[in-house]
Design a protein around this ligand. Structure first.
Ligand code: SF4
Ligand code: SF4
Length: 111
């Protein structure tokens, strides 16, 4: 299950450098699948180097396609561990099994 950031975020920025998948972005920033991953080459259906529009303008946000709950790197989600106001929470609408999350980790870091 992907983690999400709630409106309680105080924009402290502590979580962003802790994410092993570069899945966390500051509000207003554009994001790419290639940021912090080994996805650097485009193919017929997918270009990971293209910038995507920001998901939130006023608070930090998490890209669910890049979040693995830290599976493959750490025992616990690092953003949840470090957030001083407990606004990083599991998103029940983005349920994934541990196997799904491991597959995502290998997809993001295959090289
Ligand atoms: Fe990044 Fe881990 Fe937080 Fe997901 S749970 S956003 S992978 S730090
Ligand atoms: Fe927001 Fe928490 Fe990240 Fe700080 S650590 S930017 S409060 S989500």
């Amino acid at each position: 299950m992907s983690i999400k950031i709630t409106e309680k975020c105080i924009n402290c920025g502590a979580c962003e450098p802790e994410c092993p998948n570069n899945a966390i972005y500051e509000g207003g920033k554009k994001w790419r699948m290639s940021d912090g991953t080994s996805l650097k080459k485009k193919n017929n259906s997918f270009d990971p180097t293209l910038f995507n529009e920001s998901k939130k303008n006023n608070i930090y946000f998490i890209i669910s396609e890049k979040c693995t709950e830290c599976v493959g790197f750490y025992d616990k989600p690092q953003c949840i561990e470090i957030c001083p106001v407990n606004c990083c929470i599991a998103d029940p609408h983005k349920y994934e099994t541990r196997e799904d999350l491991l597959k995502k980790k290998f997809f993001l870091h295959s090289e």
